[in-house]
Ligand binder design. Sequence first.
Ligand SMILES: Cc1cc2nc3c(=O)[nH]c(=O)nc-3n(C[C@H](O)[C@H](O)[C@H](O)COP(=O)(O)O)c2cc1C
Length: 359
Amino acid sequence: MSHPLQRAASLALAYPWTTTPLIISAPMRVMAGPALAVAVSSAGGLGFLGPNTKTDNMASDLEEASALLSTLRSTPNIALPPSTTSTTLPIGIGFQLWSDSLLTALKLIKQHKPTATWLFAPANGQKDLDVWTRAIRETQPETKIWIQIGTVSEAESLIAASSEKPDVIVIQGSEAGGHGRASDGMGLMALLPEIVDIVSPSGIPVVAAGGIADGRGASAALCLGASGVVLGTRFLASTEARINPGYQAEVVRARDGATSTTRTLLYNHLRGTYGWPQEYSPRGVVNRSWTEFCAGRPFDELKSEHDRALGEGEKGWGVEGRLATYAGAAVGLVRGVKGAGEIVEEVREEVGRLLGSSV
Ligand SMILES: Cc1cc2nc3c(=O)[nH]c(=O)nc-3n(C[C@H](O)[C@H](O)[C@H](O)COP(=O)(O)O)c2cc1C
């Protein structure tokens, strides 16, 4: 069996500006905007833009990211490749398949050539993943296809003979913040190696997501068979995240994810978000909306309180707040706000200290 960093090195090679191990920022809806994605890629990681409120709205995010990248490319000492050696944009872009428009996505991918697309949450399982994968490859063959899954059976469908194979499989453990498997989710410690064993013969690299907030979690995931690691919640507490300061302060304050976070559709419904495929539900930090819901307060009253809190700015978040605070089970390991580039470097250095050299 090869050293974890040796395995990880081959994935990083596919994204020539990156450093081993590949540190990836998750495509968090709205909150992972151009500044975050570009900062992560500039630090030798791979930053993903999150989906936006509408697929059309991702056009301005891609334009802003392209502009930021061209400014950086002309700055000395930045790892990004000069445009002459890279035909794709060195960031990725995420789509939620159940709600995003494939036609609009294809238009954006053709125009901006992101290095990777991250597909998640299809309404019709593997069938939708095949349609999107095929269409993206036909439109822009250089854009790599990443697919995020959370169960062994999804992994089996992905590598079945009849499926369109992704370039990378993201294994999302139930620790993850935001949406993940509702009732059949499992922690990465058990889920990741079981899927690695299934996927390995196909040669498709897997990366790990869920509960990874520092170099310790990253090293563990690499030892379990991942070739790269995804951090979401940790980047919510970055200076580049597109997040309300009240939300960000709550991510920094919250600890003990076992008691301070839960998976529930309550916050989706308070926000008026319906239609997610039934396999998914989001993890977030609990507050008064949740405690009063558990105590039996009627939904209509909770909704009125929630909507009032929307007008209260930063005070809408926190223990006494009522607004959705999607974040993962490792929220207790996020103890301050830092630059995204600094986070990438810190995690990478800690992995280096823990796992040593690959040779
Ligand atoms: C606020 C938030 C929003 C998210 N939005 C998306 C999304 O739109 N699409 C997606 O594929 N994953 C989304 N995720 C999940 C991430 O892709 C990833 O699985 C997760 O952040 C990893 O776990 P962690 O938060 O513990 O690091 C989101 C996560 C968070 C915290």
